[in-house]
Write a protein that binds this ligand. Structure first.
Ligand code: NCW
Length: 460
């Protein structure tokens, strides 16, 4: 075989300036809840059964006390970026007003230490841990929420904008709206599809105000992170449900960002639940505040089939209840599945990136999360996780192919650095490149950590 035909490394399939990173979020790793105010996830975790194994926000990964060890793990991984979120209840415990000296100082030290190690910090303002005091006022449904969120973002920009170029307002507003307000399986645990639709819109309005505030505070690259995915028909007859799910999963959010508002199809198919009278011209204008980058979290495609177990009263299949007003359908992931039950399909990442680039032309993209949960075991002090390595290999290949398709992809963050508190799944789902013992908190880099380090360093 001649040299030019040799496959080369994964690193070589990306441009030289492409950034490899790793991601976490505050509530999932920090712990030390006594040194911040209460978040909606602390309150939600107290509801019996809300979190499958009864986990609470403590100790999570005890990251507040082990930050040096975790920085060393990031450093040795050799990545160019670390995506983390600021805990709003730690930074601004009252929800509005005063910035907490100690809370803000923790992120100062984290950011400075990353920069000393040559790692670019990517900051997310809101990864689901809303101060409970704001929820008590009405949360994302409160008319003043865009202003409260903008003030919080402005304070973040003032404090860290000199050192952090890329900040995202929200992580996955789809999850906050539809898992938090329709399915009720995430905080605040509301089951009200009408409210879910309104929350989705209001989150995007608040994000637009947040983008404006970050810009005013001097942040050079404000953006947002969405969980987008390609939606496939699994059986003939499921086309209408597919289109509906695609609209509520993807285009509702990308249309608002692109200034296309809320489409007639979304309004028509959901008007049995809501008349959308809460939508205003000012709100739509705010939601379309230009972003300088978009983060895409991708894990799995959605495959839509005919109803399996249709609820006679609503006509909605059990599996699709998170998509308000969905025509009868069920979600039908095909194996291989991760332990989350999520289908493994790297082509889905390529398709998602191509579809997103078409929906938002000219907006630079990052894959801000991609990874897989598997049931890892420690054997003789090591964790061998070939399924995760195979998942990452496939998805990195798909990301490189998306670039060759013309997608302006600038970076990729693996989810996640650590086995952490997986929201309603507690500690039962592990996405980490690093194993974390649930009691001792000992960290053990898995085989996938060493694999990803080789990729980041160009050795693989
Ligand atoms: S649950 C979820 N995740 C995981 C979480 O650890 C992280 O904080 C999130 O950003 C991994 O990445 C995100 N996302 C929710 C996706 C739910 C898909 C459910 C589909 C049901 C139809």
């Amino acid at each position: 075989m001649v040299a030019s035909e040799s496959p080369g490394t994964i690193r070589e399939s990306f441009p030289d300036d492409f950034v490899f990173g790793v991601a976490t979020s505050s509530w999932q790793i920090e712990g030390s809840s006594s040194t911040r105010s209460e978040s909606i996830w602390d309150r939600f975790a107290k509801i019996p059964g809300a979190i499958v194994d009864g986990s609470t926000g403590d100790p999570a990964c005890d990251h507040l006390n082990r930050v040096d060890e975790d920085l060393a793990l990031i450093s040795e991984l050799g990545v160019g970026a670390y995506r983390f979120s600021v805990s709003w209840p730690r930074f601004m415990p009252g929800g509005t007003g005063t910035v907490a000296h100690s809370g803000a100082g923790f992120y100062d030290r984290l950011i400075d230490s990353l920069l000393e190690r040559g790692v670019q910090p990517l900051l997310t303002a809101y990864h689901w841990d809303l101060p409970q005091s704001l929820q008590d006022e009405g949360g994302w449904l409160h008319p003043d929420m865009p202003r409260w969120f903008a003030d919080y973002c402005h304070a973040l920009g003032e404090r860290y904008g000199d050192r952090v170029s890329h900040m995202a307002t929200l992580n996955e507003p789809w999850v906050s709206a539809f898992l938090g307000y329709a399915a009720g399986i995430h905080a605040p645990g509301v089951v009200n599809s009408t409210q879910a639709l309104e929350v989705a819109y209001r989150l995007m309005v608040a994000s637009g105000h947040g983008i404006g505030a970050l810009t005013d505070a001097g942040v050079s690259n404000p953006g947002i992170v969405l969980n987008l995915t390609t939606v496939r028909v699994d059986q003939p007859g499921a086309e209408k449900a597919r289109d509906h799910i695609d609209r509520l999963q993807n285009t509702l959010f990308t249309d608002l960002l692109a200034g296309r508002g809320i489409s007639d199809e979304v309004r028509d198919t959901t008007d049995i639940l809501t008349d959308w009278s809460f939508v205003t011209d000012e709100g739509l204008e705010a939601a379309a505040t230009p972003i300088s980058w978009l983060g895409v979290n991708y894990y799995t495609p959605i495959r839509v089939g005919l109803p399996r177990d249709t609820d006679q009263a609503t006509g909605v299949g059990q599996d699709t209840v998170v998509y308000p007003a969905c025509p009868p359908a069920s979600l039908r992931p095909r194996g291989p599945l991760t332990t989350m039950g999520w289908e493994v399909d790297p082509q889905g990442l390529r398709d998602t990136l191509v579809e997103t680039a078409a929906a938002l032309p000219g907006v630079p993209l990052w894959v801000t999360e991609n990874g897989a949960a598997y049931a890892d075991r420690v054997i003789d002090g090591d964790v061998y996780d070939p399924d995760r390595i195979s998942y990452l290999t496939g998805h990195l290949g798909a990301a490189a192919e998306a670039i060759s398709d013309g997608v302006p992809l600038q970076g990729y963050c693996a989810w996640s650095l650590l086995d952490n508190l997986e929201w309603a799944e507690g500690r039962t789902q592990t996405f980490g490149l690093v194993y974390v013992h649930p009691e001792s908190m000992e960290r053990i880099p898995k085989a996938s950590y060493h694999f990803y380090a080789d990729v980041a360093k160009g050795e693989r």
